[in-house]
Design a protein around this ligand. Structure first.
Ligand SMILES: [Fe+2]
Ligand SMILES: [Fe+2]
Length: 238
């Protein structure tokens, strides 16, 4: 079944100029299913999936935030390379690469009864990077795009970035994961210090509410904000 593409992702795909590439990217984003041995694996819907189990974007909606923010960062890097360093960049490859780089993360996650995340059986055998490389080859994506995606883990992946587009995708991915992870860590630390326990699955908005309240009103502000977040969460459940 082909799902409705998230409007934020849809808007980003429209920045890809090459029609053929854009159509292929949209097709995969709309139907991120992986087939092996006649079995189709589809995971959490992109809209509600996290983009990590523990270090970054590990909350509902984290996947979309990560892709949107990484695209913003990647385009800012493109501007710098073009305008300051006079380098040439194929922006289509950068945008398509960022949009697809983690597309099979959601099929490696499952939601437990208590709302926490763990990995699926498929993830015991293949990681999100191997999955996406296999699928891009199967769907006949251009080799340069396959390289951008396969190099996105930089020194820790199967191949280091060999093109400027791949380097930009890797750096933007690293920046965004780090930024988000550090913000979540800071908010978790403040919460622990202020109320003696952490809030499970803190999202980026809540994390910034906590950080902002520390700046504006000190520890008492943090206590009040954590209490407010708890109340909002209970109200949502009932
Ligand atoms: Fe990744
Ligand atoms: Fe990523």
């Amino acid at each position: 079944m082909v799902g409705l593409l998230n409007p934020k992702l849809k808007a980003l795909t429209s920045k890809i100029r090459d029609e053929k590439l854009r159509a292929k990217v949209v097709e995969l984003l709309e139907n991120p299913v992986f087939e092996v041995e006649g079995k189709a694996y589809s995971g959490l819907p992109l809209d509600v999936s996290p983009a990590g189990l523990s270090h970054h974007h590990c909350y509902p909606g984290g996947f979309i935030e990560h892709i949107v923010s990484t695209t913003n960062l990647a385009l800012a890097l493109c501007n710098s390379v073009e305008k300051v360093y006079h380098g040439k960049i194929n922006r289509d490859l950068v945008i398509a690469g960022v949009l697809l780089h983690d597309i099979f993360k959601p099929i490696t996650y499952r939601v437990n009864e208590d709302g926490s995340y763990s990995s699926t059986n498929l993830a015991d055998y293949m990681d999100h990077l191997s999955l996406v490389i296999a699928e891009l080859v199967r769907r006949d994506f251009p080799l340069e795009l396959i390289h951008v995606v396969s190099a996105h883990h930089g020194d820790y992946g199967p191949i280091r970035p060999h093109t400027v587009e791949a380097l930009i995708c890797h750096l933007a991915d690293f920046l965004d994961s780090r930024l988000n992870g550090e913000v979540l860590n800071a908010a978790a630390y403040l919460t622990r210090k202020a109320v003696g326990e952490e809030l499970p699955r803190l999202n980026s908005r809540e994390a910034f509410e906590i950080i902002n309240s520390k700046i504006a009103e000190g520890w008492e502000g943090v206590e009040r904000t954590v209490e407010k977040i708890k109340q909002k969460r209970t109200a949502r459940k009932t």
